[in-house]
Write a protein that binds this ligand. Structure first.
Ligand code: NAD
Length: 351
């Protein structure tokens, strides 16, 4: 066995159905007196319902979170946070809302209690991506990691079918990269492997019956596992490509991850077959098997359908090849181009 270091998981987690009822108790545990609530405009009702649940101590509500954490939105929310006299942040929503929460927390030192409603997996990580002047810059810092996460399966029942599938594949991508990361460890690998099994069994059931609470529980469990692994590993080629396509080409986050991951997994399987054994076990193979699974679940399969042009591939390749990053297989510009072309065309990855 490879030697490893692992400092342990830093975030308190409450997982189950109906767990939102514990929010005041969890705020008390944090010593928070004046929570500031965050959501997107789309989930403003959820934020208002949360405000009603918490009661008079709520210092303010900011329902303006948007994708990719633009710094001008953060500045606006920060002014509202300070004006409200809040002493902690409560975010209810997907990665966009959690991103705003992290951006406020790292600027104010306020504790965060986050309530994820997608499977994107930002909640367990110390990673923050922020966009300024059209550039998305990602950094890691302990002040970014939320203190408490409440997973409530009931909140995921409203997740639209398409986002359910793409968001779950976004989570799967975290687990895949955790398995072959240079700083992988046995605990994280067990978690990623368990997640693959949970997704393989439960996601098709959720697609067939979106209100199936047991299957939704399994998928949310997988999302928690994958988010946790992402929080403790160095990201590889997959996250690099997703970052380039999201940051420089405005591609939608979850869909881009969903399309790319079978192609990157197929590429890396040649150098990391053993590490990826849990993916093979769950889906048949890390490339074609995962691609078949995504297709059967109704995921988008072609980058061309998301508005990327063939000419964009060369520029995306050049940007992705600029900086080195951890990856089990050596990455050349030709390899990047091959992966992007296959994902653009929606070709099933070869074995
Ligand atoms: P999102 O947060 O933008 O959510 C998409 C839309 O779905 C929003 O309108 C949202 O309000 C709505 N929604 C969310 N949950 C819902 C529910 N249960 N029912 C109905 N509607 C719901 O999308 P996302 O994919 O969760 O997050 C993407 C963002 O998260 C990106 O900016 C990405 O960079 C970031 N992210 C960061 C990390 C990290 O570790 N820093 C990890 C993963 C994702």
């Amino acid at each position: 066995m490879r030697p490893f270091e692992f400092a342990g998981i830093a975030t308190r987690v409450v997982f189950g159905a109906g767990t939102l009822a514990q929010v005041s108790q969890e705020l008390e545990r944090l010593g928070a007196q004046r929570p500031f609530l965050l959501s997107t405009a789309h989930q403003a009702d959820a934020a208002e319902a949360l405000k009603a649940r918490i009661g008079d101590t709520v210092a303010g509500v900011y329902a303006g979170a948007v994708m990719h954490t633009p710094t001008d939105v953060t500045a606006d929310a920060l002014a509202a946070f300070h004006a409200s006299g809040a002493d902690c942040i409560v975010a209810i929503g997907g990665g966009s809302t959690i991103g705003l929460s992290k951006a406020l927390a790292t600027r104010t030192g306020a504790d965060q209690l986050v309530i994820p409603t997608t499977y994107a997996g930002s909640e367990m990580t110390d990673i923050l991506g922020e966009t300024q002047d059209g550039q998305k810059v990602t950094r890691r810092d302990p002040s970014i990691r939320p203190e408490t996460v409440i997973y409530d399966v009931d909140l995921t029942l409203t997740l639209p079918p398409q986002l359910t599938v793409t968001s779950a594949l976004n989570a799967i991508a975290h687990g895949v990269e955790a398995l072959y990361a240079p700083d992988a460890n046995p605990i994280l690998s067990l978690m990623a492997g368990e997640a693959m099994d949970a997704f393989a069994k439960a996601l098709p059931q959720v697609v067939a019956e979106p209100g199936d609470r047991d299957a939704r529980t399994q998928v949310l469990y997988g999302a928690w596992l994958c988010s946790t692994t992402l929080g403790y590993i160095s990201m590889g080629l997959h996250h690099k490509l997703a970052h380039v396509l999201g940051g420089s080409f405005g591609m939608p986050h979850a869909e881009t991850h969903a399309i790319l991951i079978p192609h990157v997994a197929a590429f890396n399987a040649q150098a990391a077959a053993q590490a990826l054994a849990p993916v093979t076990r769950a889906f048949g193979s890390a490339g074609g098997g995962l691609w078949d699974f995504a297709k059967a679940c109704g995921a988008p399969m072609r980058l061309s359908d998301l508005g990327l042009t063939r000419d964009d591939i060369a520029r995306a390749t050049a940007i992705a090849a600029e900086q080195p990053y951890a990856n089990p297989r050596a990455v050349t510009p030709d390899a990047i181009q091959g992966i992007l072309e296959a994902a653009w065309e929606g070709r099933r990855p070869a074995a």
